[in-house]
Design a protein around this ligand. Structure first.
Ligand code: NAP
Length: 493
């Protein structure tokens, strides 16, 4: 039997309906898109207590964390609604005809803008039942861009997904938008079938490297390949410089333990590997710093994956245990810190720099700071990389060599802050080279993520009456336009 939110429909029928809604939504005025998105945010806020109760039941995440996540999710919908209303993301560029264009041939009248890419399939994440799920960042970005959305619910929170879909449908219909603007489907194979459907024009994903890679390959093997924006795996290395280690051992150890145990370590930005000077006080501070007690992981699949990846890392001959709670491998694990050296990491980076999705960190000791740049250059693509350093000559000198290497490998480089707790802003970058993501030029968080769901089109030699409003000389939408290569804001006013 086909599992969908509307049980009588096949995947083909659901996708076809979403595709029809997408045509209507793409033609909907920016201000109207914004109004509907705000109505969705308001409805989710109003349903908050019920949604949080279901989420707690399905994911075992604590209530305060879920309350914060729902707040972030509706904030996210509203900040994207603001972007939809401003419409600046269409990046309107107007080149007027120029008979003397120095290229050697006359320049025609060319007008380029970004248009909605078409129906988007969003594979929801296990670890963010709100913010990377049915109404999450991918959905908000796709809606703001002008696309309808089909969400493949995560099997870890099916009831929450359906309940949110119902809340959203009611809000959407009351706001006068198509009921099929957002639909939810369930089932692994149904997700694949939807991804292969010719009406789907882009897909987004947050999850494992193996799952994301399998779906990326399916998206690319379609007769018409489509963009697949996968956010996969990252160990998010952090480097403690010598002076900081000498001056702030306790603060660094406490901050690190708090970061790797937040949400039980089930965060894509968890700093899974920490490089520390071998003789520093940070080692002792890490042994003794307070850490939260045992707590459950998201679901059985995550638990099994956690124990398997922890066993694989801890079983490596180059790895020993720095600290471990009684319940380090139970269904409610406690923080574990493993220990190795930078020489061992340089000898076998693939097996030692590996993601363990749970409250575990690998501490890597070093004696020669020159080794850190070698490690940084050898890293796979990362979502984040962190430098913990003091503003003294020795640490700054180290940072000057590390920063370019880390910027080459990671989407976000941090200075003296831990990478967990990703803020939703205009300048946020949540991405990175593979395997952090399958699209290193994009971000999955922040308003710049709208770009994933847009496609450029240029109109050549068009009469004004047939041009999209964004590209007209009288600029009725009062959008920022670039005219003959020069930015002109509010050109029509
Ligand atoms: P996952 O197994 O990759 O699943 C994510 C989504 O993709 C689910 O909807 C899943 O469907 C679907 N899927 C996975 N493999 C597929 C395949 N071969 N064909 C079709 N659909 C497929 O991720 P997860 O369940 O969230 O967690 C598993 C592991 O992923 C974790 O232990 C962790 O290592 C990693 N993870 C990483 C992040 C991150 O932010 N980078 C986030 C969460 C998890 P079903 O639900 O129907 O199986």
């Amino acid at each position: 039997m086909t599992e969908t939110a509307a049980p009588n429909l096949t995947i083909d029928q659901v996708v076809t309906r979403v595709a029809a809604a997408s045509v209507v939504w793409a033609a909907t005025a920016y201000a109207e898109r914004s109004r509907v998105m705000r109505a969705i945010a308001d409805a989710l806020d109003a349903a908050g207590p019920d949604l949080i109760a279901i989420a707690q039941d399905e994911t075992s995440l604590p209530q305060p964390r879920l309350q914060g996540e729902l707040k972030r999710t509706t904030f996210q919908l509203r900040i994207f609604a603001d972007e939809a209303e401003r419409g600046a993301f269409v990046d309107a560029r107007i080149d007027r005809p120029d008979a003397t264009w120095p290229m050697g041939a006359p320049r025609p009248d060319l007008r380029r803008m970004l248009i909605p890419i078409g129906p988007v399939l969003n594979f929801a994440a296990s670890n963010f039942p709100f913010a990377f799920s049915v109404p999450g960042g991918d959905t908000a970005a796709a809606l703001a861009a002008g696309n309808a959305v089909l969400v493949k619910a995560h099997s870890g929170h099916p009831r929450l997904s359906d309940t949110m879909a119902a809340v959203i449908e009611e809000a959407v219909v009351q706001a006068g938008a198509p009921a099929d603007l957002l639909r939810v489907i369930h089932g692994t194979q149904n997700g694949v079938e939807a991804l292969e459907h010719p009406a789907i024009k882009a897909a987004s994903f947050t999850g494992s490297i193996s799952g994301g890679r399998a779906l990326f390959d399916i998206a690319n093997a379609r007769p018409e390949p489509i963009p697949f924006y996968g956010e996969l795996g990252s160990v998010n290395p952090a480097f403690v410089a010598p002076a900081a280690a000498a001056n702030r051992a306790t603060e660094i150890a406490e901050g690190y333990l708090a970061s790797i145990t937040g949400s039980q370590g089930q965060l894509c930005t968890k700093p899974g590997v920490l490089f520390v000077p071998a003789e520093s006080g940070v080692m002792n501070a890490l042994r003794s710093a307070a850490a939260p007690g045992p707590a459950p992981l998201l679901n059985d699949r995550i638990s099994q994956g956690f124990v398997a990846s922890l066993d694989a890392l801890a079983g490596n001959n180059a790895v020993s245990v720095l600290r471990e709670g009684k319940a380090s491998r139970s269904v409610e694990p406690e923080a574990t810190l493993l220990l190795t050296t930078v020489d061992d990491v340089l000898a076998e980076p693939e097996s030692l720099i590996a993601e363990v999705f749970g409250p575990v960190g690998l501490i890597v000791t070093y004696t020669d700071t020159a080794d850190l740049e070698l490690v940084a250059r050898a890293l796979d693509g990362q979502l984040t990389a962190t430098i913990v350093a003091d503003e003294v000559d020795t640490d700054l000198e180290l940072a000057r060599t590390l920063v370019p290497a880390l910027a080459d490998r990671a989407g976000r480089v941090l200075w003296n802050q831990w990478p967990t707790g990703v803020s939703v802003t205009y300048a946020q970058q949540h991405g990175g080279p593979y395997p952090a993501t399958t699209a290193s030029t994009m971000t999955a968080v922040g308003t710049a993520s709208i770009a994933r769901f847009l496609r450029p089109v240029a109109f050549q030699n068009f009469p004004a009456a047939l041009l999209p409003e964004a590209l007209r000389d009288d600029n009725p939408l009062v959008l920022p336009q670039s005219i003959d290569g020069q930015p002109v804001s509010n050109a029509g006013s």
